[in-house]
Design a binder for this molecule. Structure first.
Ligand SMILES: Nc1ncnc2c1ncn2[C@@H]1O[C@H](COP(=O)(O)OP(=O)(O)O)[C@@H](O)[C@H]1O
Ligand SMILES: [Mg+2]
Length: 322
């Protein structure tokens, strides 16, 4: 006779949830909705504000390297460090000070091997151990940080589950296209529901509109309807959003700079007449809209932490915060 495993109790014997109360994940089952951009820019702003911040890049593509500017440097280990930590189940070893107060666990192509390393155990206890493996290698170092942000990969159920197995707060970026509003949300909702059995303290903070044309009431209404339909109204839509700004996005990844860094660079732009007269290099000119987009990230970050803080207070009051 087999006895039913109490998953939550076994999970709590493996993970000390009280040490992971500051772990956030940006998730949506669809790519291209702003997960990486939000992770890096909000992480960068938090670090700038003095919070000791860790970013974990779980993506095979490793786009965080572009946003943070470490492509093809010694930092860019293609996910080797993370893969080793998973393989040996040993504490993560972040790369220190990629910016002041900001550490990174890089992603990359070696992460393709992670699902193989973790496997697909059939025994119930081993299954719990597997889905909580990121939580378990993060936990020993989580206390070194005020904030941990996980950039979760889309269309990769395994890695998404690992992220949701370690996170306390889930924020969902969406673009205005139907696919990210519907299919992407649906995929996330399925993983979220499944993972709550393992990680009972995880909460949905809300939905963040990314790269949207304007305040566009019509789009907000559509997003609200889709979110209500797909997630059962479980997540509010943020009041603030990240505006669409192609030039800023291109400059950011080409230069490997965060948007607030671009804003600072734009203030050093050569005069317009010098560029026209061929006296200054046009490629040195940085998009001036970086200043408004930088403000968008700042207000979205503020809203994220204020909503999460509010939820935390409610949960503490309700006795459901570990
Ligand atoms: N404000 C913006 N407006 C338009 N496009 C943006 C903006 N910020 C970033 N992008 C671009 O949007 C694309 C998707 O963003 P990304 O963060 O990589 O999404 P995800 O991580 O969800 O796949 C990238 O090419 C990025 O450069
Ligand atoms: Mg990404």
């Amino acid at each position: 006779m087999t006895t039913q495993l109490d998953v939550a109790a076994y999970a709590a014997s493996l993970v000390n949830w009280s040490e992971l109360g500051h772990v956030y994940v940006f998730g949506n089952g669809k790519g291209g909705v702003g997960k990486t951009t939000l992770t890096c820019n909000i992480g960068g702003l938090a670090a700038l504000d003095g919070l000791r911040t860790l970013i974990i890049d779980l993506n095979v593509q490793g786009n965080a390297a572009e946003d943070l500017g470490y492509v093809d440097t010694a930092i860019d280990d293609q996910g080797q460090g993370l893969l080793t930590a998973f393989t040996l189940q040993q504490p993560l070893k972040p790369v220190r000070d990629i910016r002041p107060n900001l550490d990174i666990v890089p992603g990359g192509k070696l992460l393709r091997r992670v699902p193989g390393v973790i496997g697909a155990p059939t025994r119930a206890t081993e299954r719990v151990e597997a889905v909580l493996s990121l939580a378990r290698i993060l936990q020993p170092i989580a206390g070194e940080y005020d904030l941990v942000l996980i950039d979760a990969p889309p269309e990769n159920e395994h890695m998404m589950q690992l992220a949701l197995g370690a996170a306390r707060f889930v924020a969902v970026p969406v673009k205005s296209d139907k696919s990210s509003r519907k299919k992407g949300l649906q995929a996330l909702a399925t993983d979220y529901q499944a993972m709550r059995e393992y990680n009972p303290y995880m909460v949905l903070v809300g939905v963040i509109l990314f790269a949207t044309g304007s305040q566009a009431t019509a789009i907000r209404t559509k997003v609200r309807n889709d979110v209500t339909e797909t997630l059962g109204g479980a997540a509010p839509i943020f009041d603030n959003f990240i505006r669409h700004a192609e030039a800023v996005a291109v400059d950011a990844r080409e230069r490997g700079q965060l948007v607030y860094e671009l804003e600072a660079a734009a203030s050093q732009n050569p005069e317009f007449w010098k560029v026209r007269a061929g006296l200054a290099d046009a490629s040195q000119v940085v998009a001036r809209t970086s200043s408004s987009v930088s403000e968008d990230f700042a207000v979205v970050a503020r809203e994220l932490f204020s909503r999460a803080g509010g939820l935390q207070q409610e949960l503490i009051a309700g006795g459901i915060w570990p």
